[in-house]
Design a protein around this ligand. Structure first.
Ligand SMILES: [Zn+2]
Length: 470
């Protein structure tokens, strides 16, 4: 028997309707899914901004940067996504978070908010009188969260030095404790054991102090065979050596011994006609080593002779004026006069000015950059008249005064620094896939590097950081 034609048509209609219904449900659920994905795709965006990405590339206009789960996920010039959390970057400038590659802190509770205030989202700590393993662990853990303002922390081992030498004798403090905040090398045979001990911790390398002290009476330098042995032992654990030197002789000793990094560039006067100097530079280039600028050390020595420097609006943002005034003690001024006299003598200067102190130094830095040396910005903040966060901007201004282009200065404070920390795959520039450490500026830093102080927003790990209230 044949089916009744209307009955089978009805059946077909039911099937078609059911299919249609399922299709509509599928379509709607796909739509909902894609919408929810769309809103969850970005936690934060910065739209229509001028981008200086830290790689040294030219500025890009009208760029939108999107962040998700702490990372930069998209950079484009064509589309702006409609998302909840967006900062209008029109007329503003976006640069990577800055690194200060030479910072000391005895009170991170005080210093860390200041670093973040001035856009310093990563620091490198090469030892210090409070740097026990526990103190370093605390610095790292505070640096790894984003709710309390704090930079990411990279660091070396404790100081490797010798009894009666720098910095324990020259910067006397009851905090220097052998085996805790400092290691006194007694003979080369003992170095293997100490390197093995510090290699248990997440350090970037060994802090090796060769220096004979900042001023007379000088102490003795670390002997060459101690330097050589420290470098070869460190290499067994994949650790580099960060040499603390203060003049040409120590610079040459460090390079001869195999050290990869130089943590200060003050006191070194490169003689470009001297084969020994050129050979040392070539060795550092071959090792892909780094040099940290720290020109702020020389500026800090003469700070008390220039009290007007303590009155600039930018420093007062985070450092109360009354506190700054208190720093100008008769002792501080006396010390500065002594250092100025010594510097005049050492460099054969008639007068101490920013130009006389720094022009030839910055020229050397430019020549080294041209040769491909990885030079990074650092201040030695934590010493007198060397201010956490603020002084990194002073460092940049000295380099600009000496003729280095702002775009290169920014690269030294971002991508070059990340290279020194070996984190260039995740930090140091504004590129998709990297961690979102960013500074939004109100003015163009390429017009004047001092515009890096005109900060609108500091972002670390994709999270807007609280700055100090003015
Ligand atoms: Zn230092």
């Amino acid at each position: 028997m044949l089916n009744h034609p209307t009955k089978s048509r009805k059946k077909l209609l039911v099937i078609v309707l059911m299919l249609l219904k399922n299709l509509i449900i599928l379509f709607l659920s796909l739509l909902i899914l894609s919408c929810s994905k769309q809103t969850a795709k970005y936690d934060l965006g910065i739209s229509n901004v001028n981008l200086i990405d830290g790689t040294g590339s030219p500025i890009q206009e009208g760029v939108s940067v999107y962040i998700n789960k702490g990372k930069i996920v998209e950079i484009n010039t064509l589309t702006t996504h409609q998302i909840e959390n967006v900062i209008d970057g029109t007329g503003k400038y976006l640069i990577p978070g800055l690194f200060d590659c030479h910072v000391h802190t005895t009170s991170f509770q005080e210093d860390f908010p200041k670093l973040i205030h001035y856009g310093v989202t990563s620091v490198f700590v090469p030892g210090g009188s409070t740097c026990t393993n526990d103190y370093y662990a605390t610095l790292r853990s505070i640096g790894n969260q984003d709710s309390i303002p704090a930079p990411r922390v990279f660091h070396t081992s404790q100081h490797f030095t010798m009894e009666g030498r720098h910095p324990v004798k020259t910067y006397a403090s009851s905090n220097w404790k052998e085996g805790e905040t400092v290691f006194f090398l007694k003979d080369t045979a003992q170095i293997a054991e100490i390197v093995k001990e510090v290699a248990k911790y997440p350090i970037l390398g060994i802090k090796l102090t060769i220096e004979d002290g900042p001023a007379p009476p000088f102490v003795e330098r670390m002997p060459q065979d101690f330097i050589n042995k420290t470098v070869s032992e460190a290499a067994k654990y994949g650790l580099e050596v960060f040499a603390h030197v203060s003049d040409n002789e120590e610079f040459l000793m460090a390079v001869k011994g195999g050290a990869q990094n130089i943590v200060h560039f003050v006191g070194i006067e490169i003689d470009w006609e001297n084969d020994e100097h050129i050979s040392a530079i070539n060795k550092l280039l071959d090792r892909e080593g780094s040099i940290v600028t720290t020109l702020m050390i020389d500026k800090s020595f003469i700070y008390p002779l220039n009290p007007e420097w303590l009155k600039t609006p930018s420093i007062i943002e985070a450092y109360p004026a009354v506190e700054l005034k208190k720093l100008l003690t008769p002792q501080a001024i006396g010390r500065a006069q002594k250092m100025a006299a010594l510097t005049k003598l050492e460099y054969g200067l008639d007068e101490i000015s920013m130009e006389s102190l720094f022009l030839s130094k910055v020229e050397d830095i430019q020549r080294l950059l041209d040769l491909g040396m990885n030079i990074t910005l650092g201040t030695d903040a934590g010493n007198s008249f060397n201010f956490h966060g603020y002084s990194l901007h002073e460092e940049m201004q000295i380099l600009e005064m000496g003729g280095i282009a702002p775009r290169d200065i920014i690269k030294m404070g971002t991508l070059n620094a990340a290279r020194m920390m070996h984190v260039q795959d995740s930090l140091g520039s504004i590129e998709p896939g990297k961690l979102a450490d960013l500074i939004l500026l109100n003015a163009n830093p390429l017009a004047s590097i001092s515009n890096c102080l005109d900060i609108n927003t500091v972002i670390k790990n994709g999270v807007i950081q609280k700055r100090i209230d003015k």
